[in-house]
Design a protein around this ligand. Structure first.
Ligand SMILES: [Zn+2]
Ligand SMILES: [Zn+2]
Length: 181
């Protein structure tokens, strides 16, 4: 496929890349997206038009028979286009805005899990508790005692809040803490 063909021939087939001569039959696709000015597809045979279908996924399409221009017509057309490009620029459409790829939304913390969330916050200083138990008994302490102990503290505090409210105070005092537990 020598490039000298460019002078003697018109344009290349979009499928097989063979040159299509001047004043010859060629085919285009009826689908508008295949006929944009810049990317206009053309085919030397209907078979070559057929070949592009595999990648295009057209719903309804057919080959449209065309005649290539004569060389002088083509040259006139090129000159006309060059003039148009140098003078009043044809409205260039800005490149399609690519939507920025959003990172996957961070997964919400498993708030549904009963073991997390503000209502299950640990209220006990783990190291203090562990050293108390160790000093008292020589035993180790599992991390898992912190949650139920915190629940007990919450219940006690809720009662203390109620006691302070009944006394119309805005401060929870030591005497609000229920005794005898
Ligand atoms: Zn072809
Ligand atoms: Zn097409």
């Amino acid at each position: 496929m020598d490039e000298a063909g460019a002078a003697a021939q018109w344009r290349r087939c979009s499928s097989c890349k063979e040159w299509i001569g001047f004043k010859t039959l060629y085919w285009v696709c009826n689908v508008s997206t295949c006929n944009r000015k810049r990317t206009g597809l053309l085919f030397c045979t209907v078979r070559c038009w057929d070949a592009h279908l595999s990648s295009m996924n057209h719903r309804e399409s057919w080959a449209v028979e065309k005649h290539s221009p004569s060389r002088s017509e083509w040259q006139a057309e090129q000159a006309e286009q060059a003039r148009a490009n140098s003078g009043g620029k044809p409205a260039e459409r800005p490149p399609p805005q690519r939507r920025p790829v959003r990172p996957e939304p961070a997964r919400a913390p498993a708030a549904a899990s009963p073991d997390s969330g503000p209502s299950r916050e640990i209220l006990v200083v783990a190291s203090r508790l562990k050293s108390y138990i160790l000093a008292r008994s020589g035993m180790n302490t599992s991390e898992r005692v912190l949650a139920p102990l915190s629940d007990i503290l919450r219940r006690v505090c809720d009662e203390a809040i109620e006691n302070a409210r009944r006394s119309e105070r805005k401060t929870v005092l030591d005497r609000d803490i229920p005794q005898g537990r």
